[in-house]
Design a protein around this ligand. Sequence first.
Ligand code: DP6
Length: 319
Amino acid sequence: MQATAQAQPNIALIKYWGKRDIARNLPAAGSISITLDSLWTRMTVEFGDYSGDKLEVNGSESIDMLPRVSSCLNDVAGLDRPAAMVRSDCNFPIAAGLASSASAFAALVIAADKAAMFSNDRSTLTGFAGKASGSAARSMFEGFAELSVDDDGIDVHTLVPAGDWRLEVVVAVTESNAKPVTSGEAMQRCMEGSPFYRSWIDGQPADLGEARDAILSRDFAKLAAVSEHNCLKMHAVMWGARPAVVFWNQATLAAMQTIRQLQDDEIPVFFTIDAGPQLKAICLAEATDSVRAALDQTDGVLRTMRSSLGKGARLVEDS
Ligand code: DP6
């Protein structure tokens, strides 16, 4: 039995950065994100009489991600499952700070559940996705998604569906190679050595509340202010680690400056940056063309990608 599922990356506005339980990969605090539409990962899982699990990413065998994929398949389909052939196709750069693991693991749990002929409910599958990669749990849900967490586990739900507030995202790609340090390693360094880590976690409930209110009341200026604040605080935590984790390059800063100029011209846009050098500009749909044109002209920006908000992970094909 083979099944294919698709999921899109999500971009956190209030970030997940730090874990309360590394073994269960439980985030230290909640987060809020938007699920994208036009960037996607499709995962095909086929259980069968193979000598061991195999993973192909965009047509080439991949060894690096295989242990995480196998362990996620064990969670979904059980330790006594047959071996699996897993094929991943992705239409955007992998491991460059564009949340490719989020879309990959969200699609994987849906495809594996179907291929194993199980029917776990979405909340169970969301728990499995989150264990594989914390941010993947949010790609299970459409539009504006909020992840809450306590010692028992995570809960994710959609605050506002994709079509109900037409925000768009322009990703400014400033580097196409994989990032030098994974987000998991970078988080660990921050938890162990950044003097700002504790106050970052203590500030999360207030930022989550402000962002939730802004989303529910469609208050763009309020969402912009709290999202930029939250992003810059997360990077300050990283800069305070020893050794420091600095994901930005010159073009990241130039793109940030471009956003500041657009804001001075009263264009409704704000930025956020994750564990990589790409800048994501979030804007009202009517501003997307001007935001994209300005980022395309920014020094060091290699290319831009545009997306509206989209659906959560889902099956696309089965047999
Ligand atoms: C900066 O979900 O990649 O994108 O759970 O270790 O796989 P793991 O981490 P991951 O971290 C995402 C970090 C972030 C912020 C966010 O998406 O909330």
